[in-house]
Write a protein of this length. Structure first.
Length: 358
């Protein structure tokens, strides 16, 4: 099911009637603070109230939401009679909204259903309202959850497209600089991993080329070479959405797979954890393709790009034991391996990690 996207200032208020028409009672899914501070939660509540649609709030989504949190929110939604879900925030609330909508539609199932393959993937309608500029979850069918039993993260086995995305660049004005940096680099990771991908097509690469040209316009903001201006907010949000569209075609590859271990064990923000492995991924790939990608975002060589990533993201620590764990895990991750367009073994993964971090 395609997602209808509005990307403009005040879009929640302008299209509130479409938001409210998706059901009789919404379960609003968000975290504790940012949706309140940037005004997005208030906008959604007012849009629903003005159109006579009820709602209930679940504001306990943590960074990198767990399966257990999904089930608590699902239970609240069922008890309160909600029939659609609104995710407000960054990737965590938006991904959680999809998983919650799935489980609300299947009230007799336990959380193992999230990762069962070949079963009914129908879900309640989902609306996504992004307030960061990286995940692209407002247009993807993916929901990445934390699996504590495996000490990592993984996408659920179901594909759940949002019915509606309301992307207001004004919400980005309230995000800390570190959040804009990390999430914008996540969007870059989506472009690079989608282009350097076994599933890449002419259409997915068209999205990447267009998106990376947009991304390059605010590249120098991320490493503080110039001040952020009004137009940058819309460009950042557009890049994130295009990145989400690109990985919807292809899926992600090795940098995302490696990032999950750093995020879980070292508590590194998702975008930073993805971005730190991008130089190693490009270096391991076909040199001609890597050069083409670097030129699209204004870099002449891989070392220049690696230095830029270091300036924007800073240092990431990955102890030897965790490196070994990540390598073992990736070698068992058939999905990420098949998405990678070049041969991967233990040595190749080690070289990607070492070039990126050392």
């Amino acid at each position: 099911m395609p997602t209808k996207v509005y990307s403009e200032e005040q879009c929640v208020k302008r299209h509130g009637s479409e938001l409210a028409a998706l059901g009789e009672k919404a379960l609003l899914v968000t975290g504790r603070h940012s949706a309140r501070s940037n005004g997005s939660l208030k906008d959604v509540e007012e849009a629903l109230e003005s159109n006579g649609t009820g709602y209930i709030l679940f504001d306990e989504i943590e960074e990198n939401p767990s399966m257990e949190t999904i089930m608590r929110a699902r239970d609240l939604g069922i008890v309160q009679g909600a029939d659609f879900v609104v995710g407000i925030g960054g990737g965590s609330p938006m991904d959680a909204a999809k998983a919650i909508a799935l489980m609300m539609r299947h009230p007799d199932q336990d959380m193992d259903y999230l990762y069962q393959k070949g079963v009914d993937s129908s879900a309640c309608p989902v609306v996504e309202i992004p307030t960061t500029c990286g995940t692209g979850s407002e247009v993807t069918p993916y929901a990445i959850l934390t699996i504590h039993a495996k000490r990592t993260k993984s996408s659920i086995s179901h594909k759940i497209y949002p019915s509606l995305a309301l992307a207001d660049p004004g919400y980005l004005k309230f995000a800390p600089e570190s959040v804009l940096q990390s999430t914008a680099i996540d969007a870059l990771g989506h472009f690079l991993e989608s282009y350097l991908n076994s599933n890449a097509t002419d259409y997915s690469r068209m999205l990447v080329r267009g998106g990376m040209r947009i991304w390059s316009k605010f590249r120098d903001v991320l490493d503080r070479k110039r001040e952020l201006i009004e137009e940058d907010y819309q460009e950042m949000l557009n890049a994130a959405t295009l990145g989400g569209m690109a990985i919807t075609h292809t899926g992600t590859s090795l940098p995302h797979g490696l990032s999950y271990y750093v995020t879980y064990e070292e508590k590194v923000a998702h975008g930073k954890a993805v971005g730190i492995f991008l130089p190693g991924y490009l270096k391991a790939a076909d040199s001609q393709t890597s050069r083409e990608l670097l030129e699209l975002i204004g870099f002449q060589e891989i070392e220049e790009f690696r230095a830029y990533i270091g300036r924007v993201l800073g240092e990431v620590m990955m102890p030897e034991e965790l490196r070994a764990q990540a390598v073992r895990g990736l070698l068992e991750n058939a999905e990420k391996l098949k998405n990678c367009p070049f041969s991967v073994d233990e040595r190749a993964l080690r070289e990607i990690i070492e070039y990126s971090l050392d």
